[in-house]
Design a protein around this ligand. Structure first.
Ligand code: VG1
Ligand code: CO
Length: 546
């Protein structure tokens, strides 16, 4: 039986950079999840115009409440008239695997349950995002419509039914709607086999190459074990923290040197393997580490762009490269050398979708450890790790050698991001407002011996559909290529997080092997002075440095 349940709007159900993210108890509150799911169905429709039920993909990163939320969403999909839901076994799907399934089965979209890198658990974070029929995150116009809907909702539809057994692969009936429980890994692993030279990778591991993959108790464990250990023959135990846990085993599945410190310690130690990698909660981001050398995500994108043609899936070359605005310009130098198009988008993967759909770019990346290509419409952690492995297998060099060679060719964009987390929201807003007010007066000023060439608040016009996104972050550009970017995070759930992005270009041949924090010291001091960081936030040091 389908019931219509009376409800009322709940304030603040506004999706951020990557869907709606809140504390888990908030999501578990009365009507909270249901209101938002109904808003999704009201906006995208569970039936098409001719009345036929639609098909959706559903899965999540396995965090606490993932399983319960999946049951609720199945019942609501059935009540709203959907034809079929394709769910990963155990309600698990990595974000890139969900994107792939949407495309593979040409569904009408998908719902992904994740708060990505935010910790999981009863008192931590939960999240939900909708992906479009192209497999990519809903664009701003759609998420805004969903938000609008949450402000006026008066009821939602629910099928009264028992839970379905999502632990068993196969077809189930839910009030007339089909629920197909599928292997979350197999199709994704098959896709990877079409892009990379698995024979060469098997030979690499058979030849004694050793790697460590830290899945941080989040969703990539089963994917990494199947691909790296089962299909490619990496030693058993190559993947650590491989079982997805509801609280991620207390880990903070953000693949950066701060949170993946276990991996970093191993890679910087005497017994370091050849290659190390980590991924985030929902599997769309990656950190890559060589023996004794950390690869900054901006450099990773540039190295992948310069070498992608070495993997079979990209042998024909790249159409173009896109990076988010705060990401360093290292990839631009590669694009220019290759004579291919390059694009600069606001933060968040949703801005890459149109460029990928239009065939304007093949690779995309963000400084926040996200890289991906046109094989799906999300960033993809394991994909990036496999592309690195494919490049290592062909070039037969170490990660350190490849980086050194890259900088010698293109120069080095020293880069770092300093995060100031859990600042009082009003102080963070005040800091940004003061900075925005000062923009017009900045050009020509000399700070730390560097002349400010330009300053603006980044605005983006989508080259495909013309959509305009304003206020995407303050940029301060210095003569000579150094740069400071400041923006507030759109994924946090506690106070505000101020992200300060710092960049300095060294053309070489000298000065390519400095410690990034040393190389950036004047830029860092300039950022603190220009944003009056201590005055507004009371902080003089960031709490996460990547
Ligand atoms: C952060 C990153 C951004 C990324 C987003 C979602 O957003 O900076 O580059 O796309 O997380 O990633 P923000 O607004 O907090 O800076 V995911 O994988 O962790 O959902
Ligand atoms: Co993620």
């Amino acid at each position: 039986m389908i019931t219509t349940i009376a409800t009322q709007p709940i304030a603040g159900q506004k999706p951020g950079t990557s869907g709606l993210r809140k504390k888990t108890p908030v999501f578990m509150g009365r009507h909270y999840l249901e209101n938002f799911v109904q808003a999704i169905f009201d906006v995208v429709g569970a039936r098409s115009e001719n009345g036929a039920g639609k098909t959706f993909v559903l899965g999540g990163d396995g965090r606490y409440f993932n399983d319960r939320a999946a049951q609720v969403i199945c019942r609501m999909a059935a009540a709203n008239g959907a034809h079929r839901v394709i769910v990963g076994q155990g309600a698990l799907l990595s974000t890139p695997a969900a994107s792939h399934l949407i495309r593979l089965h040409q569904t009408d979209g998908g719902i992904i349950l994740s708060a990505s890198h935010n910790p999981g658990g009863p008192d931590e974070d939960f999240g939900i995002k909708f992906n479009m029929p192209n497999g990519g995150p809903a664009p701003e116009g759609v998420t805004e419509a969903m938000y609008q809907r949450t402000t006026e909702i008066t009821d939602y539809k629910m099928l009264e039914a028992q839970d379905i057994d999502l632990s068993v692969i196969g077809r189930h009936d839910l009030g007339g709607m089909i629920v197909d429980v599928v292997d979350p890994v197999a199709d994704y692993a098959d896709l990877m086999e079409t892009l990379f030279d698995f024979d060469a990778l098997r030979a690499l591991f058979a030849g004694g190459f050793r790697m460590r993959m830290d899945s941080m108790c989040a969703v990539t464990g089963p994917y990494a074990v199947e691909i790296l250990e089962n299909r490619l023959g990496a030693a058993r135990g190559t993947v650590t923290h491989a079982a997805p846990l509801p609280d991620f085993g207390g880990m903070h599945p953000d693949p950066n040197p701060t949170w993946a410190h276990e991996l970093m310690a191993e890679m910087m130690g005497d017994a370091a393997p050849d290659f190390g990698a980590a991924s985030d909660g929902d599997g769309d981001r990656n950190m890559v580490v060589g023996r004794g050398v950390y690869v900054s995500p901006s450099d990773s994108l540039a190295v992948l762009a310069a070498n992608a043609h070495l993997a079979p899936g990209y042998a024909r070359g790249l159409a173009g490269v896109a990076r988010s605005m705060p990401t360093s310009a290292a990839a631009d130098r590669v694009a220019d050398a290759l004579g291919i198009a390059r694009y600069e988008t606001p933060t968040g993967w949703k801005f890459f979708g149109n460029l990928l759909d239009a065939g304007k770019v093949t690779l995309c990346g963000e400084e926040s450890f996200g890289t991906g290509s046109d094989h799906v419409r999300e960033k993809d952690g394991l994909w990036a790790i496999l592309l690195w492995l494919n490049i290592l297998a062909v070039r037969k060099q170490s990660v350190a050698e490849i980086l050194t060679d890259h900088w010698a060719t293109y120069g080095r964009n020293y880069y770092s991001r300093h995060d100031f987390e859990a600042i009082a929201s009003d102080r963070a807003e005040a800091l940004m407002a003061a900075l925005r007010d000062s923009l017009a007066s900045l050009p020509g000023q000399v700070v730390e011996g560097m002349t400010i060439a330009a300053a603006d608040d980044f605005a983006y016009t989508d080259p495909v559909d013309g959509a305009v996104s304003l206020k995407q972050g303050v940029r301060i550009l210095f003569a000579g290529g150094s740069r400071i970017v400041l923006r507030l995070s759109g994924t946090g759930t506690e106070g505000a997080t101020l992200r300060v992005y710092l960049e300095r270009y060294a053309p070489g041949p000298d000065g390519l092997d400095l410690d990034p924090q040393d190389a950036l010291a004047p830029v860092i001091r300039a950022a603190h002075a220009l944003a009056r960081l201590a005055e507004f936030t009371g902080r003089t040091e960031p709490n996460v440095v990547t």
